[in-house]
Design a protein around this ligand. Structure first.
Ligand SMILES: Cc1cc2nc3c(=O)[nH]c(=O)nc-3n(C[C@H](O)[C@H](O)[C@H](O)COP(=O)(O)OP(=O)(O)OC[C@H]3O[C@@H](n4cnc5c(N)ncnc54)[C@H](O)[C@@H]3O)c2cc1C
Length: 323
């Protein structure tokens, strides 16, 4: 499956993003969660790439497992900061040889103490659009995703400049834009309008992270700079001492966000799942049961396996240990 085929009339591209764990126990847990995620029948599951190539082998390893053990197409993330063009080409060839047809092409974050402008390894690349060009030189057919920022990238002076650079990535050969997570749909919809006005015609896929703990909300928002609406903040804060209530509030908030986005015609949704399946399975199940009313995903019905697991989810929902 190529991401070019995931979006379009009568198609809805559901995708999940995971990261390579740092321990054997984490590996075991991710395998268990991937089995549950695969039951949602996503168009693909993507695996992140550690800054500076710290997980380069693990990203490929997990993409291979996603495809072989969980029978789901994979997308491998790749960052270019502090890597040479030769090493990036070598890694991409390895990915293509192992059957990976989709790349999420990124620059990577600057080290915390760096000034703006990007770090450059000798013979290295400074911006994501250069890596898109390099990937396209290697393959015309590979599916390429790039990052977009509804609330602008933190290093950009303003929305327009940021959009100009997004346009460059698309012109260099990106097939779809996947957004940074956001909690207020109005910021996404305004960004999409601006992108369309700027001539960006590729699918723009919203990135959604269900946040089910108050403490993570504060941490995530400070990391990625997303504005937290009062409703989300106060709802999670009020349930702060009740893990089940917090979880349910976070799941319900994400369901409302997704329903509204689907009504606004998004081509798919990319979920940041943080290697856990429970919240996103509940969200996807709700959206599929909505499908009668939400024509863009009407072609999909709840998978047999997903429906049969619902009993376990409901039972688990009554305990405090299920997530
Ligand atoms: C969907 C998604 C997945 C991600 N996955 C990962 C991952 O797996 N691993 C990881 O380390 N990080 C990941 N990130 C984070 C990403 O690496 C950071 O946000 C990084 O700071 C920017 O990456 P980029 O690809 O958007 O960079 P770029 O598109 O290169 O943009 C970086 C900054 O440079 C500016 N810029 C671009 N071109 C120019 C130019 N010609 N002149 C001046 N300024 C310019 C842009 O406006 C922006 O401010 C992900 C982000 C998203 C949204």
């Amino acid at each position: 499956m190529n991401i070019r085929d995931a979006y379009g009339p009568n198609r809805f591209g559901l995708s999940f993003e995971v990261f390579p764990p740092k321990s054997l126990e984490g590996d075991r847990q991710l395998a268990t969660e991937l089995e549950k995620l695969a039951e949602c029948r996503p168009a693909f599951i993507s695996c992140t790439y550690g800054a500076g190539g710290s997980t380069s082998k693990r990203t490929l390893e997990w993409c291979g497992r996603i495809q072989q053990e969980f029978s789901t197409p994979a997308m491998a993330h790749l960052t270019c900061l502090n890597s040479t063009a030769d090493s990036l080409k070598h890694w991409m060839r390895q990915a293509f040889d192992s059957g990976i047809n989709n790349l999420m092409v990124l620059r990577g974050d600057l080290p915390r103490n760096a000034s703006t402008g990007g770090e450059e390894a000798p013979g290295g690349l400074r911006r994501a659009h250069e890596l898109v060009t390099l990937a396209r030189e290697l393959s015309d057919s590979i599916g390429i995703g790039v990052a977009g920022y509804p609330e602008k990238h933190p290093e950009s002076p303003d929305d327009e400049t940021d959009l100009l650079h997004l346009g460059t990535k698309v012109r260099c050969g990106a097939d779809a834009v996947f957004t940074q997570l956001f909690f207020d749909n109005r910021t996404f919809l305004a960004f999409r309008d601006r992108a369309i006005r700027a001539g960006i015609q590729t699918p723009i896929v919203p990135g959604i992270m269900p946040v089910t703990e108050y403490d993570s909300l504060v941490r995530i928002s400070s990391l990625c700079g997303s504005v937290i609406p009062d409703e989300l903040q106060s709802g999670l804060e009020a349930a702060r001492h009740d893990p089940v209530a917090q979880f349910e509030f976070g799941v319900d908030y994400a369901i409302q966000q997704c329903r509204d986005l689907i009504r606004h015609g998004v081509p798919g949704i990319h979920f940041y799942v943080l290697n856990k399946a429970a919240a996103v399975r509940l969200i996807v199940r709700e959206l599929l049961f909505d499908a009668r009313d939400l024509s863009p995903i009407a072609g999909r019905t709840p998978g047999k396996q997903l429906a049969s697991c619902d009993k376990d989810l409901v039972a688990a929902r009554q305990t405090e240990t299920w997530y």
